[in-house]
Write a protein that binds this ligand. Structure first.
Ligand SMILES: *Cc1c(COP(=O)(O)O)cnc(C)c1O
Length: 392
């Protein structure tokens, strides 16, 4: 008899469970095309679920900056930042981010996921209180679950609940409040001014992950905190969304940056971003600062979509590029997504565990790359599939 293989059995069971719940996921190779289109399996689709909100992933000046960087600095950074992987190009990008966003220090990370893990891991110890919005991104929740600190999750965007939890905490206990600026699956915004005040009143630090706000909101695209005129203790910006690239930065005071340089394991023990990518990001920041028209265009397209949707279509109205279409049941979200695909629109269904049970949705996102015609065609398609679903 061969030996039992308990890991294999576990994997089989987990996959069978996901499948029977209609929650099995898979990846599909896509090819990006001009004008917010993607090609999948040889067919072209209007792309309405990406995170390239400002259309910078296709921007010529950013590609050129990347190519120049490649020529000058080669393919990779060659080491982790504390050895010799921190190049002049990284240094200049960090300086630029500090000037733009108004912080003393910036530290680059290879991803937003890594940055969130690193900061929470380095900062929080046993006995500390970590307060997180219930709907925070998986990278933040995960860091919280792995942390020895006491993790409490407050009701989504609920300052009163946060206040109660801060009041209940022992005095003198280190406290970190963590929120997203713009919530990734809902597109709504945290009450940052209230949260800043509460943190000040209770001696807590405020950490804002502004993955979906930076570039899109605020003067010069400086993000949610600038829009609400507050300064968090820790700001995380990610470059995979509005910046059209990838990577992330943590912005904070100089002493915290120095601390993180010692203790943030995802920074110390990980290869620095390619310097050419830092060059591309420097150009992306310039575009974000100077091209107000990209934000205005996003706003115009958002209004156009809302104006052309039937009142029965439950699209959540947001000030951001994220427009969730609440569906409820996972299978129904999959069906709607499939019907939209038939009509040439690619909008993925978002299901648990990414969102709470019973809150499956289509996460529709807009980009400055979309044309008016694409928006009008999308509105028609949504009205049609929604009407069909209601009259079934
Ligand atoms: C996308 C995202 C991240 C992860 O960033 P990556 O750079 O893609 O790893 C972190 N936080 C939030 C809120 C996000 O939406």
């Amino acid at each position: 008899m061969p030996a039992a293989d308990p890991l294999k059995a576990r994997i089989r069971q987990a996959l069978a469970d996901r499948h029977s719940q209609g929650l099995l996921r898979h990846r599909q190779p896509v090819q990006r095309q001009e004008g917010a289109m993607i090609k999948v399996d040889g067919r072209l689709y209007h792309h309405f679920c990406g995170n390239d909100y400002l259309g910078l992933a296709e921007c010529d000046s950013i590609r050129i900056a990347w190519q120049d960087g490649l020529r000058r600095f080669g393919a990779g950074s060659g080491a982790s930042p504390l050895v010799t992987g921190h190049h002049q190009a990284h240094h200049e990008l960090e300086q630029q981010l500090c000037d733009w966003l108004g912080f003393e220090s910036a530290l680059l990370f290879s991803s937003g996921f890594a940055a969130n893990q690193a900061v929470i891991h380095a900062l929080m110890q046993k006995g500390d209180l970590l307060l997180q919005d219930r709907l925070n991104h998986a990278s933040l929740q995960e860091a919280g679950h792995l942390s020895p600190a006491t993790l409490k999750r407050f009701a989504h965007n609920d300052s009163a609940d946060l206040a109660r939890r801060l009041e209940a905490a022992p005095r003198g206990c280190p406290k970190l409040v963590v929120t997203e600026g713009v919530f990734s699956m809902d597109g709504d915004q945290a009450p940052l001014a209230e949260m800043r005040q509460l943190c000040d009143d209770h001696g807590a630090w405020l950490m804002v992950d502004d993955a979906h706000g930076c570039g899109v909101l605020g003067p010069q695209g400086r993000g949610s905190c600038a829009a609400d005129q507050i300064q968090p203790d820790i700001l995380v910006v990610t470059f995979g969304k509005a910046f059209g690239c990838s990577g992330a930065a943590v912005l904070c005071r100089g002493d915290l940056a120095q601390y993180l340089t010692q203790f943030a394991r995802h920074l110390v023990y990980s290869t620095a971003l390619p310097p050419a990518q830092a060059c591309a990001l420097t150009e992306a920041v310039r575009q974000i600062q100077n091209q107000q028209w990209r934000r205005e265009r996003l706003h115009t397209l958002s209004n156009l979509l809302t104006a052309n949707l039937g009142t029965q279509v439950p699209l959540m109205s947001t000030a951001t590029a994220i427009k969730p279409l609440m569906v409820g049941e996972s299978q129904r979200a999959l069906d709607l997504s499939a019907q939209l695909k038939e009509r040439g629109f690619w909008i993925s269904a978002i299901r648990p565990p990414t969102v709470p049970a019973g809150q499956a949705r289509l996460r529709l996102t807009l980009s400055a790359e979309h044309s008016e015609q694409q928006i009008l065609a999308l509105a028609d398609a949504l009205n049609e599939v929604w009407h069909a679903a209601e009259t079934e």
